[in-house]
Every structure is written in C-alpha cells, then in structure tokens.
Design a protein around this ligand. Structure first.
Ligand SMILES: [Cu+2]
Length: 510
C-alpha cells in the first residue's frame, strides 16, 4: 500500500466557522490506517472464560474506542473494561472501569465505548464475573492518531455563508448605530453623520477581518501541531543484488519519515524469535508468497538471500515490533530479476497458488503439492463474510490419505500464521490463532503492568510451544474481520512434521 499523507486541510475556512464546526465534526473521507487494518483481535482466557475481544481504536486522539467482548461458552454476569497505558505508573493505577453492556438479543456479547486520551501503547483490561467466578485479561492496543478529521464540504459552505451573514450584519449594525442612534424619531441623518457612519463601518470591517484571520492562523497552528502526531509508518526501501552463486540477496532499509520522537530503529525486539517477519507477495496475482525472516545488520538494515521466486513485481510487507510494544508494518514494491535462488531456510516458507483474480468468489479448499488438502470450514453461503464483523476463519489440514492430519506441529510457536491481503493491497494483516497482537507485545504487557493482571497465560505459552514439537489438532482458526468489502487473499501457513506448508484462499467480503 502506498502511504497516504494525512496533511491537515489548509485553513481555508475562517476560524470562527471552524470553531463552531468542531462541535459538529462528522466523518469525512475514507480512513486509511497504516495497512488499513487497525482493529485489534484477541483470543484469550479471563480466568476460566475463553473470550474473543475486538477493539476498534479511535482514528483521532483523544477519541473513542469500541470494544466488543464475546464469551462463546458462558453466560457472563458482569464485564468491565478499563484502558491504561501498556507500561509505567499509569498501568499500575488504573482509573475506574466502565461496565460493558450486553448486546440486545445476544447474551454472549458485550460492548462498551472507551476514551483514549493520549497516543501511545495502551492496554484494555477486561474483568469478567460469571457462574465460575471472576477472571481478568489484558489486551494491548496501539492508540495512534491516524488522520486529521476534515469537515464535510456542504457543512463548510453552510458555515461560511453563516459567517458572511454575521460579519455583514455586524458591520451594518455598527454603521446604523453611529448614523441613527442620536436622532430624534422621524429626523433624517445629515451628511456628517453619514460620513461618520461610513468611517465606523470601515473600522468595524477591519477589526472583524483581523479577528477572523487571527483565528484562522491560531487554528492552523493547532491543526499542524496535531498533524505532527498523526501516525506515519516507517518507510521501506528495497534493493536486490545477484551474487556469484546466482542467488538474489534482498537488502532492506527502514527509515523514519518523522513522527513521534520516541520511535527509534535500534529498539526492535524479536517476535517469534525474529526481528522482522517479511511477506513477499507477487503482484498483482498474489499467487506466489514467501514468508521470510531477514537478519538485521545495522539498526534498520536487513538482508536475506531469497528462495527461488519467479521474476516479477513483489509487494513487501515487513512486520517489526519496537521495545515500546508498538508493532508496525512497512511496505514497498520490488522487482525481482530472474535468478536461481536458494531453498527456504529455517522458518522461511514459500508457496504457490492460483492467481487471486481467477477466484472471483470465495474458495473452500486448497490442494497441497504433497496431495494433502486444507479445507476452509464454515463461512458458507448461509453465513457470508461481512466487512467489520469478527469471524473465526477455521481451516482443517488433511493428509494425502484424505484424513485429518495428525502431524501438525507449531510453526514459530503458533499452530498457524495467516496473512489477509486485499486485492488492491490497501489491507494487510498478519493474524495468529490468538489474534492480531504480536507475541512480543504480549510479553511486554506481562512484564510491565506490575498489577498482577496477566495477559492470557495460555497465549503466552503458545510462544514457547515451538521448542517441544508436540502434535497439534488438525484445525487451525484465526479471529479476524476484513475491514472493508472486496476480494481478499488469505495465506495460511502451518507446519506438518518438519515441513512448512502454505495454503491459498480467496474470500469475497460483502
Ligand atoms: Cu505469524
């Protein structure tokens, strides 16, 4: 995706109007978060209760986040929610929690709106009470200003007309009072009074103009100050070099286009043992996908020898996590020349599927090269995918014998990794069975909140499970909501025995 700029609109409208309109601000334009998928999905246990939490962070800060808590198995009595910073003193002394309200007609769903007053790494603490006692869960959320709200054109024009009317009215009142105030009833103003009236009107016009312009300048400063806070993703530059062995080395450089001073490039922390998770996606077909783990040389500089990829254009999506808990995705396009390429190494994976455009509708099964199959369960035509609705995307891995696989093992500590990519590449999300939160961020929350509230211990242990390769169930499920309608590629990666496999699906979202 191309980074959109979120420049504040020039102060085209006089300040007075803008002030009035602030109270009436309405959504204008399409919001584009960095990589278009700002919502947080999190599956975890609050005490005995498995919960699925969806958080839609505000696009402007301060702003309101919508939090949705689903408890599929339980009738909960009480759900309370409180946002706190991820770490630091604010995490130890949370404010009073808000009570989430049960959704009408669905006793398993609760929702609430929470204010996020400042940008940064936050968490939402969920406390639940039910028939089996109480439980707590903490969900990390990045609160980032993603854009400056703009005014609707019609509203702006209406307010401009109102301002013109008020200014003209003020000038004519001043003129009339100077001309006529001291006259007896029925008496006509003489030439001198008329002249004085004109002078007074000129002065009034000058004063009002100065007021309006001064206000506009002040507002412009405020807006550009806010504009500095609007999130700007890291920029990514990619270059390739073919070595003597015919293998392409991909070099990546992350640069900071200027945003929060606290963002650094030398503070990256490993997530699933890797500083960077890089998806290399052939475009526009999205039929070849590699999931690689480049090594960092200097801060912000990464390299990887590429596996055998057909020549062409590739979109790169690079996931990194900062020490502050902020997870980011940087993206760019690179053109790969024809080259030999080594095989995938370590946790790297490479897969090939059908072109996305060839699947106009949702696909239900993917045949693996080894004769096995991955089947997408549920989500049938009776239950179509809807933009913005959190759904479990469930997949079953079958062996070549047609039976559910018995040898699924953790791949980088997870039962599976899924990438959701919209056909126009305006959306990219890397999702795990525990949701969209990076394991590195979860580890930070556990070490940093000092409150004894643990982030889901079960999810945290998934992070270590990779070290003992116990067989996992053949079903892998990912909680996600496609943020907007359209055609999506879903790339599902998992491990059977020692072999990493990649399955391709298409999803039509209404
Ligand atoms: Cu992953």
């Amino acid at each position: 995706m191309r980074a959109r700029s979120f420049k504040p609109r020039p102060a085209a409208l006089p300040a007075a109007l803008v002030l009035i309109a602030t109270a009436l601000l309405v959504d204008g334009g399409v919001a584009s978060a960095h990589l278009g998928s700002p919502d947080v999905f999190f599956e975890g246990n609050a005490g005995p209760y498995p919960l699925l939490v969806t958080i839609r962070p505000p696009e402007v800060i301060p702003g309101v986040a919508v939090v949705d808590v689903q408890a599929p198995d339980d009738q909960l009595g009480l759900v309370t929610l409180v946002p706190t910073p991820l770490r630091g003193p604010g995490a130890v002394l949370p404010p009073t929690a808000d009570v989430a309200h049960a959704e009408v007609g669905d006793p398993h769903r609760f929702s609430a709106k929470l204010w996020f007053m400042a940008s940064g790494s936050w968490q939402v603490r969920v406390h639940v009470d039910g028939p089996r006692g109480a439980g707590d869960l903490a969900v990390p959320v990045p609160a980032l200003a993603l854009r400056t709200k703009t005014m609707q054109r019609g509203l702006g024009l209406g307010l401009a007309a109102l301002l013109a009317f008020l200014v003209a009215g003020m000038i004519s009142i001043v003129g009339a009072s100077v001309r006529d105030a001291a006259l007896e009833p029925g008496q006509q103003a003489d030439g001198q009074r008329r002249r004085r009236s004109r002078v007074a009107q000129t002065v009034a016009a000058a004063v009002l103009t100065a007021l309006v312009l001064g206000g506009a300048t002040w507002w412009g400063d405020e807006a550009s100050g806010y504009g500095q806070n609007v999130y700007k993703p890291l920029a990514l530059q990619a270059s390739t070099a073919v070595g003597g062995d015919g293998v392409i080395t991909l070099s990546l450089t992350l640069t900071d286009p200027g945003w929060a001073k606290s963002r650094r490039l030398d503070d990256l922390v490993p997530d699933h043992d890797h500083l960077m998770h890089l998806y290399v996606v052939r475009v526009p077909a999205m039929d070849v996908v590699a999931h690689l783990h480049p090594d960092q040389g200097q801060p912000g500089k990464f390299q990887r020898a590429l596996p055998a990829l057909p020549p062409g254009d590739y979109q790169l999506f690079a996931d990194i996590v900062h020490q502050t808990g902020l997870a980011e995705t940087a993206t760019t396009i690179v053109t790969l020349p024809a080259a030999k390429g080594g095989g995938p190494i370590g946790d790297d994976a490479l897969g090939t599927g059908r072109a996305l455009a060839a699947d106009a509708a949702t696909t239900r099964a993917f045949r693996m090269p080894d004769g096995g199959q991955v089947v997408w369960l549920g989500g049938d035509s009776a239950d179509p995918l809807r933009a913005g609705r959190t759904t479990w995307f469930r997949f079953r891995v079958d062996g070549a014998d047609g039976k559910p696989a018995t040898d699924v093992t953790p791949y980088m500590g997870m039962a599976g990794h899924a990438a959701f990519i919209k056909d126009d590449r305006s959306v990219f999300a890397h999702i795990h069975p525990s949701g969209s939160v990076s394991m590195a961020t979860l580890a930070l929350i556990e070490s940093g909140n000092g409150s004894g509230v643990s982030a889901d211990p079960h999810a945290a242990h998934k992070g270590h499970a990779g070290h003992h390769a116990a067989a996992l169930p053949p079903e892998i499920a990912f909680p996600y909501a496609c943020p907007k309608p359209g055609l999506y590629r879903i790339v599902v990666q998992f491990k059977r025995g020692d072999v990493i496999q990649t399955a391709f699906f298409s999803a039509r979202v209404d």
